[in-house]
Ligand binder design. Sequence first.
Ligand code: GLN
Length: 449
Amino acid sequence: AALSAIDARESDVRAFLQVTPEVALGAAACVDALRAAGEPLPPLAGVPLAIKDNMNMLGTRTTCASRMLENYESPYTATCVQRMLDAGCVPLGKANMDEFAFGSSTESSAFHRTNNPWDLERVPGGSSGGSAAAVAAGMATLSLGSDTGGSIRQPAALCGVVGMKPTYGIVSRYGVVAFGSSLDQVGPFGRTTADVALSLDALVSGGRDAYDGTSRDVEASFAAHLEDGVAGRRVGIVPAFMEAAGLAPEVKHAAERAARSLADQGAELVEVDLPHLDAAIAAYYVIGPAEAFSNLARFDGVRYGYQEPGCANLAEQSAKSRAHGFGAEAKRRQLLGAYLLSSGVYDKYYFAAQKARTLITSDYARAFEQVDAILMPASPTAAFKFGELSDPTQMYLSDLFTISINIAGNGGVTVPMGLGEDSGMPVAAQLVGKPFDDARLLSFARAVE
Ligand code: GLN
């Protein structure tokens, strides 16, 4: 059924970079064989899954939507993918994304754009735009994305699906091509919070991954706590977010509807202050590019990926491979990172950004002494039209509502709140939890669903 849905919708939506019907049918046949033999079925047996193309999976290419890795065959399977396969998922293929996950619209993919299934003239968000669109179009039941500064939560908002960035460290990053190693976190997309909770159970089961030094052991009890309810719990509202310049009224109304729904179910709404929020975008666009510059240095035209033919020496080969392998946004980030880490500049920006990171993290910690979850928008607007945010800094500013959560490391979930009264496109609310309190966070998301 998923492959038929892909046949019907993919030529319009273009969510995938690679569809692997033979792998999918093979995995589905395994589930059928288990069922026929009367064996117990794993929890996600037969559930169709799309995988962001920065995650390795044996038998597929992992391109990161970049010419640099256009022909790169996965040498092994990422832990997050393996755990979904162990849970019984049927992998459909690899989903489109912004090149190396730099972006908020999937427009920086080197291969093609992905269209928002609700309006093909609009972006699906990004960078995990293919993963969000595949679920929204009914081609995949679940998908995996990665979120360094909002890349799961923002496309989920723009495509009207549920998307979760778990607390940093819950899901293994092993086998996921690194962007900003201290910010990157893998998470699931689904149509419902129940689907997302079941996916997160699968992603954490098996415990800590010895191949990722930052991975932590957590209990796989997300689905079990989903219906815990919010009565008597406290929910924070951040006035600076709700009054932010550029927040579209229809998105603000969506957050207000979510707040009312929580209050109706017995939660108490409390105003909380995050005094250093103003520094979040600047800090992220220092730390993110600095880490990206370090991580992408491995694409040197020798060890991985595109290699420029006919060069006279190693320096020329490396320079030309990088010049021709990377697209404009990937170059912009690396140039910025190289500059920010250079001698004399480092103290002024990188060190200052790390201080800001500590302040923002303590703002959240203080706020969570008063509340169990914080409610906010996920994106300032509903899905915009292609080319509408053509200035890169304008695009960076649109990450206002997601970025501070990667800086602090907490979990965040986007929940669809229907269609906006002005655009007619999906609008959403975002809930943020205490670090490692992701089960409770999901129960809040469930309550506003
Ligand atoms: N939009 C942000 C950026 O371009 C976030 C990307 C992400 O989370 N991968 O950096």
